[in-house]
Design a binder for this molecule. Structure first.
Ligand code: GLY
Length: 268
């Protein structure tokens, strides 16, 4: 197994542990999902936050979203630069605005007004060659259920390499790359335009709503996506019983699942 894949699996584990710590202390699923994604954003091996891929002008523009399945509240940011942890900004949009999605300069200004950490956009850029590994260094996401049975989903990404400035992918679009309600929490990775076309997260949530097993629902959602688009995607999800599922038709997608029994599972 390539060294970078081992390191990314380990990065997933650290992120999951950060979320699990919040849950074992009785914290909210939204806090857990946000914490796990923030850890992944800080890890330069992932295409989110620090380590984000570059757009055609050589700049980082990030997308992120978070959704509280219990309240159906959601917050998202799109094409935003100079924010160290876009998932914290998305959370702030959810908690402190009457909107769901803020983009670009307006999102940045909202963050500065609400104490979100800013940075020189160059600080998010890791050595240029990483951008050529983009296919292996994907979007990050987390799904969680807390001790009260509340579900949450969070997703963050630098998008796709060489994208046009202003391009927005599936990640911040509720029902496309990110979705949570009382029955399901879903986070997607892969070809954003195709995930948008198929509203993949909502599609998977519908399968869970019908009572489908989590692993079967994840596989069926990816099969549906493949059939419709012939493109690549991965999905992680959780049902209202806290059962996790995942599937992918892409080469790599490290996954870490932590349950009440502390069982640990990674897929690559
Ligand atoms: N799935 C991430 C993106 O296409 O932006």
């Amino acid at each position: 197994m390539p060294e970078s894949l081992e390191a990314r699996k380990s990065g997933c584990r650290v992120a999951a542990e950060a979320g699990a710590l919040i849950l074992t202390r009785g914290g909210h699923a939204v806090d857990a999902a946000e914490a796990a994604v923030a850890v992944l954003e800080d890890n330069p091996l992932f295409n989110a936050g620090t380590g984000s891929t570059l757009n055609r002008e050589g700049r980082v523009e990030t997308d992120a979203a978070i959704m509280d399945g219990n309240s159906l509240k959601a917050g998202a940011v799109a094409a935003v630069s100079g924010i160290r942890n876009p998932i914290h900004l998305a959370r702030k949009v959810m908690d402190a605005s009457r909107h769901i999605l803020l983009a670009g300069e307006g999102a940045y200004r909202f963050g500065t007004l609400h104490g979100i950490e800013t940075c020189d956009p160059q600080e998010l850029v890791v050595p240029a060659q990483r951008n050529y590994w983009q296919k292996e260094h994907g979007t990050v996401g987390a799904v969680a259920m807390d001790t009260h049975g509340r579900l949450a989903a969070a997703t963050s990404t630098g998008g796709i390499f060489d994208k046009l400035p202003g391009r927005v992918g599936d990640t911040p679009l509720i029902g496309c790359g990110t979705y949570a309600d009382g029955n399901a929490a879903v986070s997607c990775t892969g070809s954003g335009e195709d995930i948008i076309r198929t509203t993949l997260a909502r599609h998977a949530a519908y399968l869970l709503e019908q009572g489908m097993d989590s692993m079967v629902a994840a596989s069926q959602a990816i099969a549906y996506f493949s059939n419709k688009t012939r493109s690549e995607a991965g999905i992680i999800l959780m049902n209202c019983k806290g059962q996790a599922g995942f599937a992918r038709n892409s080469v790599h997608m490290p996954v870490c699942i932590l349950g009440p029994d502390r069982a640990f599972f990674l897929d690559a």
